[in-house]
Design a protein around this ligand. Structure first.
Ligand code: NDP
Ligand code: GDR
Length: 372
């Protein structure tokens, strides 16, 4: 039985990867942070009672800012594969907490690599680093591939640039099997609520059910190459099963605007939108409604408004990946299209919104934050 250690197991990718590895027969260990409330919602369905013998899903308290803790966990687990998915992963938040972001995303990667080396695990443990299309930032070439020069545009991307190169360096210096997956945006119903796709699908579903009034959004012109997280974690595993460690771009090769994603999401709810304005004072007005998913709305309602508070100090306007290397060398292609993913996300958020609307109707409190 192979053993894997995942940092960031409580996150979107960590939860899908854990499921994937368990299905492959791995023993999966994950690092979770201590929090004042439960933070394991995304992995609760695969949680195993620690009082039962022969567990193959085991969580350890830890943090990427704590070297001794990482060293102890690595020593205990003796993993065959380490997936470093843990990060302060929000680009906008990284402008507000740049030092913390560097500590976790850059130094955290170094701490993990160095712990592997100091424990003498560098020939045993294969290492995956969650690198990002944000490295391309102000793009130097379109589409972006493995050889495209980097130009990071946020404290998050600069921290991830360090993590990218320290991974390459440990591979070259110590012969470690270490690689970077340069992943373009990937989403799912488990996406954090403040990333744009989930903010849109959840926000519009809530509005349709009368739980919120309006979706406030930033740069609607931003273009992204959005895939499904399930497809992307498969590739993370594939990258560690090769003869030689290499870095790969993972993307769909198609890009859409934030505005387009809003339009699709609304359509899934039976709503046609008319966009009015110029991207800075833009609004979306309901043109027509079909079906019964939006009982709270009528034609002419404004359901989306641009709010400049969501503009970033330096924006990444466009990202489009070229996954040719992954396709040709590893036979990887994404199975879920962006539009199918959008449909899945809206359906999931609508189900929750309907449940909450029912609770509200009967005078019960809604058990979720409506933070925007
Ligand atoms: P999430 O934000 O959903 O998950 C991040 C995970 O990291 C969570 O489990 C979080 O814990 C954990 N974490 C945060 N800070 C620390 C810390 N100090 N110590 C240990 N763990 C910590 O991200 P995704 O699952 O979407 O992404 C996974 C990785 O891939 C990240 O590194 C991200 O930067 C990178 N990436 C993501 C892409 C995407 O489109 N999703 C694209 C390219 C790269 P908690 O649950 O307690 O907050
Ligand atoms: P990104 O994802 O910054 O690409 O990073 P996000 O969904 O936050 O933004 C995508 C684009 O949408 C624009 N946008 C908004 N974004 C948010 N969050 N909220 C809004 O209201 C809004 N309005 C418009 C943004 O300006 C941006 O252009 C994600 C993260 O998962 C990173 O960890 C990962 O490395 C990259 O994807 C690849």
């Amino acid at each position: 039985m192979k053993t894997a250690l995942i940092t960031g197991i409580t996150g979107q990718d960590g939860s899908y990867l854990a499921e994937f590895l368990l299905e492959k027969g791995y023993q999966v260990h994950g690092i979770k942070r201590r929090a004042s409330l439960f933070n394991t919602q995304r992995v609760d369905h695969i949680y195993q009672d620690p009082h039962v013998e022969h567990q193959n899903f085991i969580l350890h308290y830890g943090d990427l800012t704590d070297s001794s803790n990482l060293t102890r966990i690595l020593q205990e687990v003796q993993p065959d594969e380490v997936y470093n998915l843990g990060a302060q992963s929000h680009v906008a938040v990284s402008f507000e907490s740049p030092e913390y972001t560097a500590d976790v995303d850059a130094m955290g990667t170094l701490r993990l690599l160095e712990a592997i080396r100091l424990l003498g695990l560098e020939k045993k443990a294969r290492f995956y680093q969650a690198s990002t299309s944000e490295l391309y930032g102000l793009v130097q070439e379109t589409p972006q591939k493995e050889t495209t020069p980097f130009y990071p545009r946020s404290p998050y991307a600069v921290a991830k640039l360090y993590a990218y190169w320290i991974t390459v360096n440990y591979r070259e210096a110590y012969g470690m099997y270490a690689c970077n997956g340069v992943l373009f945006n990937h989403e799912s119903p488990r996406r954090g609520e403040t990333f744009v796709t989930r903010k849109i699908t959840r926000g519009l579903a809530n509005i349709a059910q009368g739980l919120e009034d309006c979706l406030y959004i930033g740069n609607m012109n931003a273009l992204r190459d959005w895939g499904h997280a399930k497809d992307y974690v498969r590739m993370q595993w594939m990258m560690l099963q090769q003869d030689q460690p290499e870095d790969y771009v993972i993307a769909t090769g198609v890009q859409y605007s934030v505005r387009q994603f809003i339009e699709w999401s609304a359509k899934e709810l039976g709503i046609s939108l008319q966009f009015e304005g110029n991207g800075v004072e833009e609004v979306a007005v309901i043109e027509s409604i079909e079906g019964d998913n939006a009982p709270a709305l009528k034609v002419g309602d404004v359901v989306v408004r641009v709010d400049p508070r969501y503009f970033r100090p330096a924006e990444v306007e466009t990202l489009l990946g070229d996954p040719t290397k992954a396709r040709e060398k590893l036979g990887w292609t994404p199975e879920i299209t962006t539009q199918e993913m959008c449909s899945e996300m809206v359906a999931d958020d609508l189900k929750t919104a309907k449940r909450h609307a029912l609770l509200k109707l009967h005078g019960y409190e809604i058990p979720v934050s409506l933070e925007k």
